[in-house]
Design a protein around this ligand. Sequence first.
Ligand SMILES: [Zn+2]
Length: 269
Amino acid sequence: MSDRTRKSIPAVVARQLRQEAGFGCCKCGSPILQYHHIIPWRQDEHYRPGDMMVLCPLHHDQATKGAMPTCEQRELKATPHNIQRGRANGLLEVKQDYCAADLGTITVVGEGCFMRIHGEEILSLSLGTKNLEISLKLFSESNELLVQIDKNEWITGDPLPWDIEANWQTLALRERAHKISISLDAKKIPLRIGGQFWYSNKKVSVGKDQIRIEGSNCLGLAHVSGLSESHVADANLGPRREGSSLKERRTRAIAPTTDAPSGARHSSL
Ligand SMILES: [Zn+2]
């Protein structure tokens, strides 16, 4: 099979290579990844994880053109940049010149905090010099910080999550197998956000068709600005309504509520 006709790398091998490298180029840590054959495909048509590694486009080019000898590739594979420093990071390229995001079934518009759980600011939007800037904290169910995004720059917490797939304009993070913790898509205008947002045993699930608030038994514990007041109240009426599912048609032109003044949007970051 020639280079031109070969199939794409099996997903399980790709994920193994991302995990062992800490979700970054083995040499520089960039999250924009390509899958490199240390033993070249033309020599041996294989997808053996032991003879492959992840590199960014620049360092992949360096390796394939012979400017990074095989012994150096092996050394980098054994001591990847991100594993050495214990974190992964990157920048989400957002090319959107106004402040709005699609959050499940609603569109939130304006600057400020749009999701607050137990007093913790989870999701905020602001407008930078040119483009939308998103700030976000993603916690696991056990309250570990999985990833923090500060004005489009993301960095993982400790320990590293199970999987991260990053590209210039997209970011998907899985806390464990088959569980998408968050997905951001800045190719879409407005930017699209989905995932499961935990803080202190409260969860807000933002799915394609619904936003679901769980574990809240009084107004304010889990608060998604942008739902109309009646919906927020419904979701937080008390134990009887716990886990109530909110399905509603998309609404627009929704600003953050008064408990999240835009001037205080980054106060806890
Ligand atoms: Zn690199």
